[in-house]
Ligand binder design. Structure first.
Ligand code: AVJ
Length: 342
């Protein structure tokens, strides 16, 4: 079955490199798009909603809280690897590097990489590509103190940002693309392959991609990470319904739904669902629809695919890269993959 994510990297707006669309226009379109996706997703069977909508202000704060949970080791592993291997990474890259990050987030884990590169080659430009202006603001703030790194926020979808950067860079500049935090895990495996091939299309010889990917680990560990006993992940998942209430004036009663995490061994992924505890109907005026739920019926809200180290090397080759290095965290199996274009 196919989920929903790939639209997140398709082109959203005809922006020039550095001038995003007028905010009012963007906001109106974003709500319209949300309404359309909610209506379509809840018409499907099984019902589904895109994980890209988790990240409003509350959802982003809840995600930040998730990254602090002892059960959720993913972000700490990612940060550890980047901190420990920033120097060997910088040494493997060619001079005259510019850096572009897909989904900049807070920018915290990017800091050591930019530091290591600028220490080696001198000043560099860092393009942060993100659909959220709040994230871009936080990221610019976080990285403002890195000497030698000039932060350039790009508020657009990934592919458009990459296209612009590839188009406008000077001929001698080499590009390092960062796609961290195992965001790749949100794609269906085929869509992930297509996405990576798409990134490759914008790159030239000497360019590189650093891909962070969470690895397969024991089932109980994954279930604890995605269904923590304090209920933070449950709140993160349920907030999607709360957001529909807030932005589309819906009347979801959150107490009538429960959070569920499942490990699907055949697909090697954790799935998150919201289960309707009763037979109920919900109206969503902002999306011009009314939706009914059977007791026990679920909404599929996210898939987080997990990888094996060798699978990641194969993905590199299939997307047209050479796997230059792979760093694995021993405490929480997670892989940082450096792929280059020859
Ligand atoms: C940000 C997509 C990597 O899949 O682990 C955390 C999101 N979902 N807890 C992940 C998430 C539930 C996270 N990613």
């Amino acid at each position: 079955m196919r989920t929903h994510l790939p639209e997140s990297w398709k082109i959203k707006m005809p922006a020039t490199l550095l001038t995003p669309r007028a905010p009012s226009l963007r906001t109106a379109n974003a709500v319209e798009q949300f309404a359309m996706d909610v209506r379509e997703g809840l018409r499907k069977f099984p019902k589904q909603l895109s994980p890209k909508y988790f990240y409003d202000a509350i959802g982003s704060a809840l995600f930040d809280a998730i990254t602090l949970l002892p059960e959720y080791g993913l972000t700490r592993a990612d940060e550890r690897l980047l901190r420990r291997n920033a120097e060997p990474l910088a040494l493997r890259l060619t001079p005259d590097l510019i850096v572009a990050e897909l989904g900049s987030g807070s920018g915290r884990k990017t800091k050591p990489i930019l530091q290591a590169i600028s220490e080696l080659q001198g000043p560099l430009t860092y393009y942060a590509i993100d659909g959220s202006s709040a994230a871009l603001q936080r990221c610019s703030h976080e990285l403002a103190g890195v000497p030698g790194a000039q932060v350039q926020p790009l508020e657009c979808f990934y592919e458009e940002g990459l296209e612009r950067i590839a188009e406008y860079r000077s001929r001698r500049e080499r590009l390092l693309v960062l796609f961290l935090g195992s965001s790749i895990g949100n794609f269906e495996r085929d869509d992930a392959a297509a996405f990576l091939a798409q990134i490759r299309k914008h790159l030239q010889a000497g360019d590189a991609l650093l891909l962070g990917a969470d690895l397969v680990k024991p089932r109980h560990q994954l279930l604890d990470a995605y269904d923590d006993p304090a209920g933070v992940t449950a709140a993160f998942n349920l907030n999607l319904l709360a957001r529909i209430n807030r932005e589309l004036e819906a009347d979801f009663n959150l107490r009538n739904f429960s959070h569920e995490a499942r490990w699907c061994a055949s697909e090697r992924r954790v799935e998150m669902h919201l289960r309707s505890l009763t037979r109920q109907a919900v109206s969503i005026p902002g999306a011009e629809c009314r939706v009914s739920f059977e007791q026990g019926e679920t909404i599929w809200t996210e898939s987080s695919h997990k990888f094996t180290p060798s699978e990641l090397s194969q993905m590199a080759v299939r997307a047209g890269f050479i796997c230059e290095a792979q760093w694995i965290d021993q405490e929480w199996p997670f892989a940082e993959n450096l792929w280059i274009v020859e």
